[in-house]
Write a protein that binds this ligand. Sequence first.
Ligand SMILES: [Fe+2]
Length: 195
Amino acid sequence: MGWQRWHEALAARVSGERLAHCERTALLCREAAAAHPAWGVDPERAALAGLLHDWGRGEGTAEAMLAAAARYGVPVSPAARRRPVALLHAPVGAASLRAAGLVDEEVLTAVALHTVGAAGMGALSLLVYTADFCEPGRTHPGACEVRAVLAADLRAAARLATRYTLEHLLAGGEMVEAGAVALWNDLVRLGEVDG
Ligand SMILES: [Fe+2]
């Protein structure tokens, strides 16, 4: 199934501003990947992963998200039980996309990891995670700054996005998923290697 069919399928699941966010994320992923061949990310693959990253939002309510997680065998952490839509739409979306016929494992991984993150994320996953944070429609703290950094350095942009996300969660007294801390530690260590 190509871009057009997936776009139609996505538009049947999410609409309005959510669909526009997915389209802007796809465009940013495609442009950034095309501008930086050294990242080793195919621009069309990046665009598809960016487009489909919020596929799981189509489940709708917290109850439906928890039901979908149970259906697909997606583990529900204590943090995800508190905020099911925010934290489960990524892994549920990947499972749902697999069931819908998406076979590209790297794209599925990028979708699954785009909210929380994990240690050892590949460039495609880092790009989707970062583009979701900083696509031009985003207005939250750090979005512009991360977008500017992404124009030059994927890991540095991902690290900055992770810092803003962790700061936001801690300031709000929220739980922090282990994967987010693992990603942060990974990016700090890799930043030291990069210099
Ligand atoms: Fe998302």
